[in-house]
Ligand binder design. Structure first.
Ligand code: TXA
Ligand code: MG
Length: 353
């Protein structure tokens, strides 16, 4: 029997009695996992240093990796921060509630335990009814990292949370599969020009359309270990399956041929091989455990299925995974960022025929 009480709200509709109970757990310093539109979060009272310490312990997360404070209404933002730049107000009006996290100078009410020792705080207003109703009942401020064991792929359904955390937390609210499947875009407003620290559903183009000049943290895509990402969490190997993962890039037909050859080679050497491909190229592969992640014409489905696919391969116990690259129009930057991190940046250039 697992320790966590699991409450199902599979149609995404809030169960008020359950949310009252969950809110009480959070107020009393306990931990509750809950759905958001991006991935499931592991919630604790953000203003209680002891609750934050429990979150780090439950995830096995390094304590210098700060937590995002989740709020249910924009009115809850001012007490958390020293000031709110005009551009951040504009972005909040356009993108909140939604898959966006903003970073500000923190006020005195936010404990250093929540911000991993930083003077800045990350804040997000999620677009999920269960999440917001929970946050309101918990006192308004819920610190929540993704509800996975540190290093594993983020959870996109309650089952994933259960796999990782059922024995270490108090409650899991099951709100069904998450819509987006990748963590929120993080924008830092403490620098002169707003800076993307983690790509997500809102990409550079969309954000620039609203804010004017926006930069991307050079550390996000750097393969040079001296150029470190500004968000501490982006520095660790992350989102990673147990198997070795390789991202194969190039023209699609070349990618298919290269993956086929590599898979054959590994299978001959006695390895169990996984392949991640698009719907369009699925018929190209015969050998290994082949998983279709979605159509290249439907990037939302690709994003939604990414982490579940990686977890699936863990269950199957494969030794290595080859994935096609997915540079799709809106979320391609975020999808490739997560895939390359999961791969420890291992990429293979497909040879042209
Ligand atoms: O979509 C999401 O953002 C999900 C859901 C649950 O809301 N949460 C999430 O949290 O992804 P987590 O802890 O897995 O990732 C938070 C990221 C980490 O990379 C962390 O280092 C960064 O945000 N972060 C948090 N506070 C920061 C700060 N003050 N300065 C820089 N980076 C910060
Ligand atoms: Mg995470």
């Amino acid at each position: 029997m697992s320790r966590a009480k699991i409450i199902r709200m599979p149609d995404g509709k809030p169960d008020i009695a359950a949310l009252e109970e969950a809110g009480r757990i959070l107020k009393n310093g306990g931990l509750v996992a809950f759905p958001t539109e991006t991935v499931y979060g592991l919630g604790g009272n953000a203003l209680d240093p002891e609750a934050s310490k429990k979150i780090y312990a439950a995830k096995g997360r390094p304590s210098d990796n700060p937590l995002i404070v989740h709020i249910a209404d924009t009115d809850a933002l001012p007490p958390l921060v020293k000031s709110i730049p005009e551009k951040a107000k504009l972005l909040a009006r356009k993108c909140w509630p939604g898959p966006l996290t903003m970073i500000f100078e923190k006020s005195g009410i936010v404990p250093m335990e929540t911000t991993g020792g930083l003077e800045t705080v990350a804040v997000r207003l999620p677009d999920n009814e269960i999440a917001r109703e929970l946050i309101r009942r918990a006192g308004g401020y819920v610190a929540a990292p993704s509800a996975n064991t540190s290093g594993r792929p983020s959870p996109t359904c309650a089952k994933h949370v259960e796999e990782d955390l059922a024995d270490t937390i108090d409650m899991i609210l099951d709100g069904g599969d998450t819509d987006i499947g990748l963590e929120s875009t993080i924008v830092d407003f403490t620098s002169e020009v707003p800076m993307i620290l983690r790509p997500g559903f809102y990409n550079l183009e969309l954000l620039s359309g609203i804010l004017g000049e926006v930069r991307t943290d050079p550390g996000v895509f750097s393969e040079n270990p001296d150029v470190r990402p500004k968000a501490p969490g982006m520095r660790y190997r992350h989102y990673a399956p147990k198997a070795e993962l390789f991202v194969v890039e190039g023209a699609v037909p070349d990618v298919c041929r290269t993956i086929r050859a590599l898979a054959e080679q590994q299978i001959r050497a006695g390895k169990k091989v996984g392949v991640i491909c698009a719907e369009e190229t699925f018929p190209e592969y015969g050998e290994g455990l082949v998983r279709c992640i979605g159509s290249r014409q439907d990037e939302e489905t690709i994003a939604q299925h990414l982490y579940a696919t990686l977890r699936d391969f863990d269950k199957e116990g494969v030794d290595c995974i080859y994935t096609e690259a997915f540079y799709t129009p809106q979320m391609g930057t975020a999808i490739m960022n997560r895939l390359l991190k999961a791969a420890g940046q291992k990429r293979i250039q497909a040879e042209e025929s």
